[in-house]
Design a protein around this ligand. Structure first.
Ligand code: NAD
Length: 424
């Protein structure tokens, strides 16, 4: 039996809430968030990120608070606040710094503060620790201890959960690392890996996502080349992946707040230390331009006035999640609208109010009673769209309609005669 700690989770979003619920099975956990609406919703049993089921939330011993005073004198603080980029793609550490001030104002001697937010190598010790030291009047590494444990969960993924994945952990001292190994070991069945130091664990996280970004960028680049050559990328990939060491990535949009964001954190630090991160930034540029490329290629294959109405299926940044932040589907919608098309958007997972607030888009309420589109774009592989059959396309499109299958989800579905298929 491992020891039962008091734990405060700071920031209850996609990462913090599942972690808090999992930790509350073994420890005395309080979840803190500055968003009072989020706390009120969670108290009602509603998780708008849909990562935690209402019944699980209701049965959890997790305490919830937006009150700074409620998190004083806790054994272990775990910070899971957002680390986005600004409009110029520069790291925005404001939430991380604010959370460090909050924790600094609450911690007592002997506490451990673990950061899970994705940052550049060095940020925990060089940025967060001094803020906490100032706010607390205590010394980092002497009066309170630092740790870092990158988060790997994948929204919407029911297999790789916080309770099952291997947790990388790091601290400045072996005994602190041992405490964290005990804490996280009690939460996950996937085991823990103790990294050499905090910087190493920070670096491991940021390269996991930068590596994915670069690999997808390569496939996006070859998809653009193959488009000019009249070759279907998915057919090429089907052949190439029969080689034992071929890396199996698919072309497409890279959105959300991890893969499309984290490389900028590494790039930022690289530039600070005098290195120009060529591949990392080339990957970002290529992936960010993919929506425009797709829209232009589609517009070039369309053109007839009867084909000037387009239905975009899916707006969230990935399948079966409600998260609309930093979705790159909007790039397709914007470019096609600029080019004179009327674009309707449908998404069964997105919140219509959020789509209106973030992008000024009015989502269709459903797919019944609509049809006659010149083009249907399958932009996100939501479960509903993967059930489409030949008859669905007959209903949604005009006779010579174009079916743009960006995710390759309709490859096995025959199109009605006269319709055309477009793939990456
Ligand atoms: N979402 C993912 O799949 C994922 C995966 C791995 C790592 N990460 C990283 O984890 C971190 C958190 O991401 P997320 O997706 O959970 O973010 P999120 O936006 O879903 O949630 C963050 C929560 O923190 C709260 N918050 C903001 N500032 C705060 C403060 N000063 N004090 C207390 N609470 C505050 C917000 O109100 C929000 O509820 C980021 O660094 C992200 O890069 C995310």
């Amino acid at each position: 039996m491992s020891r039962r700690y008091t734990v405060a989770i700071i920031g209850l979003g996609y990462v913090g809430l599942p972690l808090a619920v999992a930790a509350a099975r073994h420890h005395q956990v309080i979840g803190f968030d500055i968003d009072s609406t989020r706390i009120a919703e969670l108290r009602e049993g509603h998780d708008r990120t849909r990562e935690v089921e209402p019944s699980v939330l209701a049965a959890s011993a997790l305490e919830l608070t937006d009150d700074h005073n409620a998190i004083r004198g806790i054994d272990i603080y775990i910070v899971t606040v957002p680390t986005p980029v600004d409009e110029q793609n520069r790291p925005d550490l404001s939430a991380l710094i604010a959370a460090s001030e909050t924790v600094g104002g609450a911690l007592a001697k002997g506490a451990i503060v673990v950061f899970e937010s994705t940052v550049w190598p060095g940020a925990t010790e060089e940025v967060c620790a001094p803020v906490m030291a100032r706010a607390s009047g205590l010394r980092a590494g002497i009066d309170f201890e630092l740790g870092y444990s990158p988060e790997r969960i994948n929204p919407g993924d029911r297999e790789h959960r916080v309770e099952t994945i291997t947790k990388v952990i790091a601290a400045q001292k072996p005994d602190v690392a041992a405490t964290l190994a005990e804490l996280y070991g009690s939460i996950t069945s996937g085991g823990v890996f103790i990294a050499r130091d905090i910087k190493t664990a920070e670096a491991a996280k940021v390269i996991e996502n930068a590596q994915r970004d670069i690999n997808i960028a390569f496939i996006n680049e070859v998809a653009q080349i193959f488009h000019k050559l009249g070759i279907a990328t998915h057919d090429v990939l089907a052949a190439a992946r029969t080689k034992w060491n071929f890396l199996d990535f698919k072309p497409g949009l890279v959105g959300g707040h991890c893969i499309g964001v984290d490389p900028y954190y590494l790039a930022h630090r690289a530039v600070e230390v005098g290195h120009n991160p060529e591949i990392i930034l080339a990957g970002r540029r290529l992936n960010d331009a993919m929506g425009g490329f797709i829209a232009d290629a589609l517009a070039d294959s369309l053109g007839l006035p009867s084909e000037r109405t387009i239905l975009v299926l899916g707006l969230t940044f990935k399948e079966n999640v409600p998260d609309l932040r930093n979705t790159r589907v909007v790039d397709i919608v914007t470019r096609l609208t600029e080019r004179g098309y009327r674009v309707d958007v449908h998404d069964p997972s997105a919140d219509p109010d959020e789509a209106a607030r973030l992008y000024g888009l009015t989502l269709l309420r459903g797919l019944d009673g609509i049809g006659g589109y010149g083009c249907v774009i399958g932009a996100v592989a939501h479960r509903l769209y993967t059930t489409f059959e030949t008859a669905t396309f007959r209903r949604l499109l005009g006779p010579s309609g174009l079916v743009a299958d960006l995710k390759g989800i309709w490859r096995g579905v025959a199109l009605p005669p006269g319709m055309r298929r477009w793939e990456l």
